[in-house]
Design a protein around this ligand. Structure first.
Ligand code: NDP
Length: 311
């Protein structure tokens, strides 16, 4: 059984079905995974002219189907990995049993939760600079967040864009010292400390952002508000405030790190439960790329095949 329909899940399905393992793939709440929240994929090998993400994911799905993968649409609501065969419930009612399970449930980018973020999603709002930065060449963008991801994304974008603002809610960066230095020494990056985003503005696409400077701060002398509303003109707005791995469901059975990423055995996809493998972003806090997830899906299927042969 494979749980998840992103690049990791579909690649695991292609490999598992070609190895005659009779995989069943549960598609989950977001068919095609996180990639389908972006507009165009230009960095997946094999598509020299770029590809629309739904087309790419549909290609992967059809490739898995061709070799006999069965698909179940629905959401996994419960698992029991303490028994053999392993039990997986879909929508609480349908029970499936599997000799091996590959978890490829991915991660979800955190968003601020402001309404205009949804309005402009795919039209200037992105949660992945590596995926979408190229569309903002020679333009002005903002990156939200003050951690390592935000610094990394700001530096990456500074290599492409005219100017990069970093919108940081605290008066300091949380990132590691070396990442901070790279950002602070980059003349194309301007860090806006103590700023929060109020709303995005623009006609049909992001053209600006209204920010609050020193939200909630009051003067010591007379108690007057020190807040100021400021506006910046931008073409792109990149969220880099962290990701949630989608692994809550497995917490009673699998070892996870403090952030919830599934811990695997070294460079392999093996989890602490024999016969349960993890692939893609649910076990990868670092790379978060479709091509990396696809590779790890292949590894998980190869390991599952070995496990099943030894059973
Ligand atoms: P972090 O949790 O480290 O940082 C999140 C950042 O987003 C913080 O600055 C936080 O602000 C800010 N933030 C969170 N919520 C909001 C909000 N609602 N509004 C505004 N700002 C917000 O996440 P990262 O993704 O940066 O990093 C995750 C882990 O991965 C870390 O351990 C990091 O070190 C690691 N990593 C390492 C890399 C490397 O070594 N090359 C690269 C990328 C990640 P605040 O500080 O105020 O809480």
């Amino acid at each position: 059984m494979i749980i998840g329909s992103g690049p990791a899940g579909y690649t695991a399905a292609i490999y598992a079905s070609r190895a005659n393992l009779a995989p069943v793939l549960i598609e989950g709440p977001q068919l095609g995974g996180q990639l389908t929240t972006t507009t165009e994929v230009e960095n997946f090998p094999g598509y020299p002219d770029g590809v629309e993400p739904f087309t790419m994911m549909d290609d992967m799905r059809r490739q898995a189907e061709r070799f006999g993968t069965q698909f179940v649409s629905g959401i996994v609501t419960k698992v029991d990995f303490s028994v053999h065969p392993k039990k997986v419930w879909v929508e609480d009612t349908d029970l499936y049993e599997a000799d091996a399970v590959i978890i490829a449930t991915g991660a979800s980018a955190k968003y601020l939760g402001i309404e205009s973020e949804r309005t402009y999603r795919g039209r200037g709002v992105s949660a992945c600079a590596t995926c979408d930065g190229f569309f903002y060449r020679k333009k002005t963008v903002a990156v939200v967040g003050g951690g390592d991801t935000a610094c990394e994304e700001a530096n990456y974008l500074a290599g492409l864009c005219e100017k990069v603002y970093m919108i940081v809610r605290k008066p300091y960066l949380r990132a590691s010292e070396i990442m901070q230095q790279r950002v602070l020494n980059n003349p194309k990056i301007e860090v806006l400390f103590e700023h929060n985003t109020l709303r995005l503005t623009g006609e049909g696409k992001v053209q600006g952002a209204d920010l609050i400077y020193r939200k909630g701060a009051v003067s010591d002398q007379d108690g007057k508000s020190l807040e100021e509303i400021r506006h910046i003109d931008i073409d792109g707005f990149f969220l880099a405030i962290g990701h949630h791995p989608n692994t809550e469901l497995f917490k009673d059975f699998l070892t996870r790190d403090a952030e919830g990423y599934i811990i695997v055995d070294g460079d392999s996809p093996r989890t602490n439960v024999p016969g349960v493998f993890a692939a893609g972003d649910c076990a990868d806090p670092h790379y978060r790329q479709a091509i990396v997830a696809a590779g790890s899906g292949a590894k998980a299927a190869i390991e599952a095949d070995k496990y099943l042969k030894n059973l």
